[in-house]
Design a protein around this ligand. Structure first.
Ligand code: ATP
Ligand code: SF4
Ligand code: MG
Length: 339
């Protein structure tokens, strides 16, 4: 099997918050190979975008990042800042949400492309650069005749697609696709699926696809990672996880969507945790219907079951004594503030 393009171990991201650091990503480990699409799902606020942006080096001022992020065999966080930026700029792309570049209203679209190519692929001739740019634009449905237009001559949706083409023109080996969630976004599910299928067919990069839409996961992803309160609580092949979810949160997430025709994620009973003072041990224990004494006391182990991995004590009851297995009543579950 080929070496992973992206190999992330124990990644953490903290934001500075008024009442203490916000542990938005809290020890995440996963790997992605060339051509693989990993869907990242979880409730709003679980840290998906923070993870995606952290991989790209886009954490805001005041935030801290730690762990290991290997890209193409190099540990990014231990590279000098300038070199890290260069590796990311040439090899990684962020699409759909908050692109790494914005269109400059005073610059023709063509100039945006030639500038990017000049920096990262200086050996390309002018003609070659033009061909590459037109090819990227065409794959996003922008006709070559519009190459020399200015940004304001395009609709919002077209501008968004131009920015995606700009992120793809260097054919990054790794793409983070953070699905748009606001009403202002113009890309719909069918367009997202078409763009992803097109990218895969052209040059099969590794893709981390962040989405609230399990229909998109089923359609476009090979594997799925389920995030809860800054941690990946379960990951594995989409088919296996949809058929036999092993973690109670994954089950709740899938159940909460089944009856809904929209296939959007809807809320699960109980509130998402406070990431400044997260619940002790298993972050899901205040909302879990299977909660046991051990769940609030000791961090659950990551257990492999067939091709899936989940962190839950239910999968390791042989490692708990009878006292630890005693169910916790609702009244006994510690609340986050007491942790
Ligand atoms: N710049 C910031 N400063 C402080 N806290 C932040 C910042 N950005 C995000 N957070 C907090 O970090 C946590 C994770 O946020 P993030 O945006 O990564 O979640 P998400 O899973 O992408 O959510 P959504 O599904 O709504 O896009 C949330 O508690 C959020 O409030
Ligand atoms: S470790 Fe315990 S509380 Fe956490 S998901 Fe598993 S059973 Fe529920
Ligand atoms: Mg997000």
């Amino acid at each position: 099997m080929s070496a992973p393009v992206v190999d992330v171990r124990d990644m953490r991201v903290w934001y500075a918050g008024p009442s203490g650091p916000v542990q938005a990503v809290d020890g995440v480990t996963f790997a992605l190979r060339q051509g693989e699409v990993l869907g990242l799902v979880g409730e709003s606020g679980s840290g998906k975008s923070t993870l995606g942006r952290g991989l790209m080096g886009l954490v805001p001022r005041g935030a801290a990042i730690d762990g290991s992020i290997e890209f193409d065999g190099r540990d990014l966080l231990s590279l000098p800042k300038k070199e890290r930026g260069r590796v990311r700029g040439a090899g990684m792309g962020l699409i759909f949400q908050e692109p790494m570049t914005r269109l400059d209203p005073l610059m023709k679209v063509s100039k945006h492309f030639t500038e990017v190519l000049k920096v990262h692929e200086p050996k390309l001739s002018k003609d070659e650069a033009r061909i590459r740019a037109l090819d990227a634009l065409r794959s996003l449905g922008i006709p070559p005749t519009r190459y020399d237009n200015y940004p304001h001559e395009f609709s919002g949706g077209m501008r968004q697609r131009i920015m995606i083409a700009l992120a793809l023109v260097l054919r990054p080996k790794f793409i983070v696709a953070d699905e748009p969630t606001t009403a202002l976004d113009v890309l719909v599910e069918a367009q997202i699926l078409r763009i992803l299928a097109d990218i895969r067919e052209r040059y099969a990069p590794a893709i981390l696809l962040i989405t609230h839409n399990l229909g998109i996961v089923a359609e476009a992803c090979d594997r799925v990672a389920v995030m809860y309160a800054g941690r990946i609580v379960e990951q594995g092949p989409v088919r296996d996880i949809f058929a036999t979810p092993r973690h109670p949160y994954t089950r709740a997430l899938l159940n909460s969507t089944i009856s809904l025709s929209t296939r959007e994620l809807h809320s699960i009973p109980g509130a998402p945790p406070d990431l400044v003072r997260p619940p002790t041990a298993c972050r899901f224990h205040p909302r879990c219907e299977h909660v046991m004494r051990v769940c609030a006391d000791v961090f659950p182990p990551t257990v492999r079951v067939d091709r899936q991995e989940a962190e839950c004590w239910l999968l390791a009851t042989d490692r708990i004594d009878a006292a630890g297995r005693a169910p916790l009543s609702r009244q006994e579950v510690p609340v986050a503030d007491e942790a």
